[in-house]
Design a protein around this ligand. Structure first.
Ligand code: SF4
Length: 456
């Protein structure tokens, strides 16, 4: 739960209120929260971090999965107790949940006073004022959301996400995102460059979107991800760039060359493949096949020596057989992926797969997830063990007080989703790079020390 609170000077009734934001869900939602924080700050806000002081609480929600919607509702209900215990006066619910489910949540979630959709942030204060003037306010789909480059970072200040597009034109049959976020919409290169330039000194800029690889298709008539990467690489305040959420069929030779040749582009790529078996991929409405995925991975490794590839997979998609699940395990053994996430299929209303016959029982889905983790864990362990005795360049993310050491990430580790490098060092600064000699590994993390560190 990320809480960022601040004071705003605005219209008479609300200028002295103290504001807080809880950002739920993915890193794309986090960027929206950071822009909302900046919008309010630009109106003269002062910042406080204490939820007990907050008069107006914004809960920016995720609604991608049933579990995310449940978390959003529970968060609002949980926070409502601060009306009695703290100084809370208003709860504003923003983001995906009201955007897609307003007719359900407005009558049911009476703890909330204001609802705004994903494109209504320009009317934040107007909606809030209307609520203070009397009653609950549903502004979903009635406001505007002009592109703003201003951000208040909620990540450690040495890394930041850059959302390069919103929405999605792919229609994966398990996914609600296109229904919530609409068609793919890229932000212009010059706007994104301005946004990145204003972030300050950034050791790692992480490009995100529902599908990063399709960047530019809608506004330029062709893909412009490489052009964007080159423009961002020219910024002196950006030390490195990482790519998340690349769709496999759109990884072309130009992007592979950029990964090979651009020293600022981290040799890491996240390609959510979702499955390996052609029949399941077709049911998911995913482009590509097992053979094409293996060929792509082989090409990436051949052309970009040392590249780290992360992926995610869905286990227990409707009708997935035990044999297909085992084939996925075999695919993992052949693919040699660096990091993987596995998720039990979640049956989401309004998606194509919802009505498919052959839904797999939850217990079986979870069993398959566990099995995949066991298989990948051995692969990851072997990969990490190969670094023992070697020196890795590690970006220091901070101090782990419980372990009594620093922690950071090597190039093959993205924040929050991959493992870490724990290391001893006489002194280290967050956001700086250190050469760490790796001394041991498990299936997720690495451990080591810098050259100047002596064990006592
Ligand atoms: S690519 Fe598929 S899974 Fe990803 S956001 Fe688009 S529809 Fe959803």
């Amino acid at each position: 739960m990320n809480l960022h609170a601040f004071t705003v000077t605005w219209m008479t009734d609300i200028k002295a209120k103290i504001y807080g934001v809880i950002s739920l869900g993915c890193d794309k939602n986090r960027v929206d929260s950071e822009k909302l924080l900046a919008l309010i700050r630009s109106n003269g806000c002062k910042i406080s971090n204490d939820i007990e002081e907050v008069n107006v609480l914004v809960v920016n929600t995720c609604a991608f999965l049933g579990s995310a919607r449940k978390e959003a509702v529970e968060t609002v209900i949980d926070c409502a107790r601060y009306r009695a215990e703290g100084k809370l006066e208003k709860i504003v619910v923003t983001g995906c949940l009201p955007q897609a489910f307003i007719s359900e949540v407005f009558p049911a979630l009476t703890e909330a006073d204001v609802f705004l959709g994903i494109n209504d942030y320009d009317d934040f204060f107007k909606a809030l004022q209307a609520s203070y003037d009397g009653g609950r306010v549903d502004m979903v789909g009635k406001g505007g959301c002009a592109f703003s480059s201003a951000r208040v970072l909620t990540t450690p200040c040495h890394y930041a996400y850059l959302k390069i597009a919103d929405g999605c034109n792919n229609c994966c049959t398990y996914c609600l995102i296109p229904k919530i976020r609409g068609r793919y919409k890229s932000y212009p290169v010059e706007d994104l460059v301005k946004e990145a330039a204003e972030l300050g000194e950034i050791s790692e800029l992480i490009l995100v979107a529902q599908d990063v690889t399709r960047y530019g298709e809608d506004i330029y008539g062709e893909r412009k991800l490489v052009k964007l990467i080159k423009a961002l690489s020219a910024l002196s305040n950006i030390r490195s760039i990482r790519l998340l959420y690349c769709y496999p069929d759109a990884i072309d030779d130009g992007l592979i060359e950029e990964l090979r040749d651009n020293p600022k582009l981290i040799k890491y790529i996240d390609i959510p493949l979702q499955h390996s078996e052609d029949r399941v991929l077709k049911l998911m409405n995913r482009k590509g096949s097992r053979a094409e995925y293996l060929a792509l991975l082989e090409k990436l490794k051949r052309r970009v020596p040392g590249i780290a590839v992360r992926s995610t997979f869905i286990c227990g998609f409707p009708t997935e057989t035990e044999e297909e699940s085992e084939n996925l395990a075999n695919f993992l053994r052949s693919a040699g992926l660096t990091n993987c996430g596995f998720f039990a299929y979640s049956r989401e209303p309004r998606t194509g797969a919802y009505n498919l016959k052959g839904q797999i029982p939850t217990r079986e889905k979870n069993k398959r997830v566990k099995r995949m983790y066991a298989v990948q864990s051995e692969i990851s362990r072997g990969y990490l063990n190969s670094f023992i005795g070697k020196t890795l360049r590690v970006l220091c993310d901070g101090i782990d007080y419980e372990r009594g050491c620093f922690y950071g990430r090597a190039y093959f580790q993205a924040p929050e989703i991959d493992g870490k490098v724990y290391f001893n060092c006489p002194d280290a600064v967050q956001g700086e790079y250190y050469d760490v000699q790796i001394t041991s590994a498990d299936s997720y993390d690495l451990f080591g020390r810098t050259a100047g560190y002596c064990e006592e």
